[in-house]
Design a protein around this ligand. Structure first.
Ligand SMILES: Cc1cc2nc3c(=O)[nH]c(=O)nc-3n(C[C@H](O)[C@H](O)[C@H](O)COP(=O)(O)OP(=O)(O)OC[C@H]3O[C@@H](n4cnc5c(N)ncnc54)[C@H](O)[C@@H]3O)c2cc1C
Length: 393
C-alpha cells in the first residue's frame, strides 16, 4: 500500500526514507521484520538499532524539544511510523518506554521527573518495565496488593508483580502500588518509579511459549524509591495508570496493519505453492483473512483521518484492538494449517521460523493490553450502551 500524506510532509517523508535507506544496512537489515511488542528475539541487535535511531534523532519525534524530542506533530509521527513499517526495520526494543511511559511522563510527570527521565529514555540509556499486573490483579487491576509505605524521604515497597515484559533488562520499573493502608479497589493507589538496581528487587525471567525470556516476575522486599518519584498525585495512581493504558497512538495503527499485509502476502504465496487454494474450505478462510486485513486498513485510515482532523475517533477505534488481535490469531492458525505437518517442526534448539513465532506470539495478543473479554465488555458498555457487567464490590 502506498499512501499519499500530502505535500506538507513530502520533505519530511523523503528525509525519513533516505535516513532509513542509509542506516538500515548490514546486521540491522538482516533483522528486518524481527520483533513485536513482546518478542525478545534478537534483543541486542534491536537495542543497538534503537541507539542508531536515537543518534539520528528519530525517537520521540512528537515529544517536547526541551526533553530531547523533536516537537513534531501527529502527522509527522504517523508518516514516520508508516515509513518505518514500510522499510521493515526491526521492532523497537524500547517500545514500552517510548509508547507508554514517555507520553505518561510528558502528560503527568513533575518537571524534575521529565528532565531526569525523558532524555535518557530517548538516548536508550535507561530501559524500563511496566509493573502493573500481579498474580491476583490482571484484568481486575484494581485488586493490586503490592504496597508502599512512607519511611522518611523514601517509599518502602513490598509485593510481587508478574508478566513484566523485558523486566530482566529494566533499569527502572513503573509500579502501581497501594500507598494507603486499608484502601480498596481504585482508591489509595500510586504510580511509583522504582530503580531495579537494589537488593530489595529480585527479577526472575519467565520463559514464553516462543522459547524466549521475554518477561519476568518481580519481587519487592523492602525495596526503596525516593518520595518524589510518584507520577501524578499520591493516591491517584489509578488515574495515572488508566492514562497510560488509554494512550491512543494513532500513529501505530497503520504500521501494524502493514505488518499484517506483509504476513498476508506470505500466506498467499505459501497457499499457492502448496496448492491450498484448490481446497474450497481453505480457500474460503484465506479469503476471509484477506478481507479482514482490508477492513483493518479502511477502519484504521478512518481513525487516522479523524485524529488528524482533530476529532475524537469514533466507535471503530474502540474495536481496533479486539479486531486486530483476533484476526491476527486466525491468520496464524490458518498459516499453520496450510503448512501442515511442517508447521509442527522446529530447528535445533527450539529454532522457530518467522511464521511459527508470529503464530505463537499472536496467542498472547488477545490477552495483553486488555484481554478480549474485557474489550468486549468495554464495547458492550461504552459503545453499545448495554447493561454493565457485574463488578466486584
Ligand atoms: C505477552 C504478555 C506481556 C505482558 N506484559 C505486561 C507488562 O509488561 N506489564 C504488566 O503489568 N502486565 C503485563 N502483562 C499482563 C497482562 O496485562 C495480563 O495478562 C492481562 O491483563 C490479563 O490478566 P490475567 O493474566 O491476570 O488474566 P485474568 O484477569 O485472570 O483473566 C483470565 C481470563 O478471564 C477473563 N476475564 C477476567 N475478568 C473478566 C470479566 N470481568 N468478564 C469476562 N471475562 C473476564 C479474561 O479475559 C481471561 O480470558 C502481559 C501479558 C502478556 C500475555
Amino acid at each position: 500500500m502506498e499512501l499519499d500524506f500530502g505535500s506538507a510532509v513530502a520533505d519530511f517523508r523523503d528525509e525519513v526514507r533516505t535516513w532509513l535507506d542509509e542506516h538500515l544496512v548490514g546486521e540491522f537489515a538482516e533483522h528486518r521484520g524481527v520483533g513485536g511488542p513482546t518478542d525478545g528475539e534478537a534483543w541486542d541487535i534491536r537495542l543497538a538499532w534503537d541507539r542508531e535511531l536515537a543518534s539520528g534523532g528519530w525517537l520521540g519525534i512528537g515529544w517536547p524539544k526541551e526533553y530531547g524530542g523533536r516537537g513534531l506533530g501527529l502527522l509527522e509521527e504517523i508518516v514516520f511510523e508508516y515509513e518505518y513499517a514500510r522499510s521493515g526495520a526491526p521492532y523497537r526494543a524500547t517500545g514500552n518506554a517510548l509508547d507508554l511511559l514517555g507520553p505518561m511522563l510528558v502528560a503527568m510527570g513533575s518537571e524534575a521527573q521529565k528532565q531526569r527521565f525523558l532524555p535518557r529514555i530517548l538516548a536508550v540509556e535507561e530501559l524500563w518495565g511496566q509493573g502493573f499486573s500481579e498474580p491476583g490483579a490482571g484484568s481486575d487491576l484494581a485488586s493490586v496488593r503490592t504496597r508502599a509505605e512512607l519511611d522518611g524521604d523514601a517509599w518502602v515497597i513490598n509485593g510481587q508483580k508478574v508478566w513484566t515484559t523485558f523486566g530482566m533488562h529494566a533499569h527502572w520499573l513503573y509500579v502501581l502500588a497501594r500507598t494507603e493502608p486499608g484502601s480498596r479497589r481504585h482508591k489509595g493507589l500510586s504510580m511509583l518509579l522504582v530503580p531495579t538496581d537494589q537488593p530489595g528487587v529480585e527479577i526472575r525471567p519467565i520463559r514464553s511459549l516462543a522459547g524466549q525470556d521475554e518477561f519476568a516476575e518481580v519481587f519487592f522486599t523492602d525495596a526503596r524509591t525516593s518520595v518524589d518519584l510518584v507520577v501524578g498525585e499520591v493516591g491517584q495512581g489509578w488515574r495515572t495508570a488508566m492514562g497510560t493504558l488509554g494512550i491512543e497512538r494513532g500513529s501505530t495503527l497503520l504500521p501494524l496493519q502493514l505488518t499484517f499485509e506483509r504476513e498476508m502476502d506470505a500466506l498467499l504465496r505459501q497457499a499457492r505453492e502448496q496448492g491450498a487454494l484448490t481446497d474450497p474450505m481453505l480457500r474460503r478462510r484465506i479469503l476471509d483473512a484477506w478481507m479482514s486485513v482490508r477492513i483493518m486498513r479502511t477502519t484504521n485510515l478512518r481513525t487516522v483521518a479523524e485524529l488528524l482532523g482533530g476529532r475524537t475517533p469514533g466507535a471503530q477505534a474502540t474495536t481496533a484492538k479486539l479486531y486486530a488481535s483476533t484476526n491476527h490469531q486466525r491468520m496464524g492458525h490458518l498459516a499453520m494449517e496450510i503448512a501442515g505437518a511442517a508447521g509442527q517442526l522446529v530447528q535445533d534448539g527450539y529454532g522457530l521460523d518467522t511464521r511459527q513465532r508470529s503464530f505463537l506470539i499472536s496467542l498472547a495478543e488477545t490477552i495483553y493490553g486488555g484481554a478480549s473479554e474485557i474489550q468486549r465488555n468495554i464495547i458492550g458498555e461504552q459503545v453499545l450502551g448495554l447493561p454493565k457487567d457485574p463488578r466486584p464490590a
